[in-house]
Structure formats: C-alpha cells, structure tokens
Design a protein around this ligand. Structure first.
Ligand SMILES: CC(C)C(=O)/C=C\C(C(=O)O)=C(\O)C(=O)O
Ligand SMILES: [Fe+2]
Length: 284
C-alpha cells in the first residue's frame, strides 16, 4: 500500500510563461519563489513551492504527492512495478529543481503523470503573496478519469486514499483528515481538471469573484457551496484553459466515525445554492 501524506505540488507546461506568471501573481495571488528564463516556482503557503510553470506543452500536467521516507519510496516503486507500471527515478538535478530529497514518477490509470516525493522543502520565510486573495494554501486537485470506478480502485487499493463522498460515480478521496485531496471527474481524456487553493473566508471568495469579473477572467462555476465538503467555492479559468478554484470551509473527517456518503448525480449535489456548473465533465 502506497501511503500518500498530502498533495504537494502541480507542474504545468505553458505556451507563454510570462502570461502564466502574471496570472498566477496578479490574479490568483501566489508568490514567485524562484525564477529562470523558462520556469517559475510559485508559493501559496509555508512550502517552498506548490505550483511550477515551465515553457512546454500545456497538456503536460504533473501532480506531486508527499510520502514519508526513502524506504516508502522504494516500496512504492516495487508495488507499482509489480502491477505493470513503468517507474522513473528522479536524478539528483531533477530532485534539486523540485527542492525534494528524492522522487519517482509514474502514470496513474488515466494517464496523468504522478510524482511521489520525499522531503519537499518548507521555508522559514513567511509566504508573502503578490495580491491579497486571502490564500492559505494549496489543498486539492481534480483529475480527469476515463473510468472513475477503475481509477477509484487504483487510488484506494494501491494507494491509501479513502472515499469521503461520491456524487454518482465521482469519488472525493482523502489521504489525511481533510475531506478530499483528489476528486476523479469523468472525461474522455486524462490530466488535471482543477487546482484548488483554500482562502481564509467567504469574504475572500466574494472579493475575488468581483475582481475576476473586472479582469474578464471567465467564471466557470459559482460562487456556490458544495454540500459534500461544505466549502464555499468559486471556479475560474486560468492560462491554457486550466481551471482554478478558491474555497473555504472544507470539512475534516474523523476516521473513527466517518461513513462515506452517496450523493445523487444532480446539480444540487455540486452546489447547494443552485449555481450552474460549467466545469469540464460536470456541466449542468
Ligand atoms: C467534483 C466536483 C468538482 C465537486 O464539485 C465536488 C466537490 C468539492 C467539495 O466538496 O469541496 C470539491 O471541491 C471538488 O472536488 O473539487
Ligand atoms: Fe475542488
């Protein structure tokens, strides 16, 4: 069993590094922590970076998950190889550029590249965002799935993910006490469906709603409230068509007493306030 501790970063290829950086800093509210001619590391919390943009194919998406030790990394590699996954071990330079001690990568069943990393760097210096969006940290991702039931089995049986809720066959999966760290969203393609940052308050969600509209950023869903995690949310479109989410109030789960819930595959399961979803794979 691969014991995931938390999601730790997303890496995205982009056609236009400067436009993506401007969006990430001036609109989304992240801080550049490292910059080169063709890449940017961006911070959202105490971690050294949680988003990385690089010149490249915008369909090139990678999600990093932290695991606890090199022993766990070796045993994860063996587990993945035993079920037929090709596993790549990061070189020293690749580890350095990610600010991690070690990592392996592989593709999950719908094709998204996953990196399992050991000891991602945390900084003593306080996160100082370039816009006051109220971001408290990177929290979860939505992943496109060509077969939600198959992919749920991978995340729950090969890895330690647990189902918190399902909306129809769409599972919201946790790897720690947070209600969900990943959601599997039905689609013909693979890759990342959305990137979530938590904000401090509902006021932050609403302030950003107005700011995004002023900047003509397409709103994809919300403002609204998920009945599943209880979070107040707003989804919007960033560079290269990537969807970002702000949310506040995601519930925590007591492993002893929590029982997964089955929500109907209908609009009020996505938003209890009645907002209409234009999310890829979940339009209503
Ligand atoms: C799977 C969709 C996008 C969804 O709306 C599910 C719920 C929640 C939540 O309960 O907070 C999400 O944030 C999410 O999975 O993205
Ligand atoms: Fe989300």
């Amino acid at each position: 069993m691969i014991e995931l501790l938390d999601v730790c970063y997303v890496r995205l290829g982009t056609k236009d590094i400067q436009t993506s950086t401007d969006f990430a800093t001036r609109i989304l509210g992240l801080e550049v922590s490292e910059s080169s001619r063709n890449s940017r590391h961006l911070r959202s919390d105490e971690r050294g970076h949680t988003l990385y943009y690089h010149d490249g194919d915008p369909n090139d998406h990678v999600v990093g998950f932290e695991i606890s030790s090199n022993d766990d990394l070796d045993s994860a590699a063996a587990t993945l190889e035993a079920i037929g996954n090709e596993v790549y071990r990061g070189t020293r330079d690749e580890c350095d550029s990610r600010h991690v001690r070690d990592f392996i990568s592989f593709r999950e069943p719908s094709g998204l590249k996953i990196e399992l990393v050991v000891r991602p760097e945390v900084l003593g210096k306080r996160h100082f965002p370039s816009r006051d969006a109220g971001i408290s940290g990177f929290s979860h991702v939505g992943i496109f799935s060509q077969d939600c039931q198959r992919d749920e089995q991978f995340w729950t049986q090969v890895c330690n993910a647990r189902v918190s809720d399902r909306i129809g066959d769409v599972p919201l999966l946790r790897v720690n006490e947070i209600h969900h760290t990943l959601a599997l969203v039905p689609s013909q393609r693979g890759g990342l469906q959305h990137i979530n940052h938590q904000v401090d308050s509902t006021d932050d969600v609403m302030r950003s709603y107005h700011l995004l509209k002023e900047h003509n950023v397409p709103i994809v869903f919300g403002p609204g409230r998920h009945p599943t995690s209880g979070a107040r949310f707003l989804y919007f479109q960033g560079p290269d068509g990537m969807t970002f989410e702000y949310s506040v109030g995601v519930s925590e789960v007591d492993e002893e007493t929590y029982r997964e819930r089955q929500f109907g595959f209908e609009p009020f399961s996505l938003c209890m306030w009645g907002a209409k979803s234009n999310l890829d794979g979940l339009e209503n």
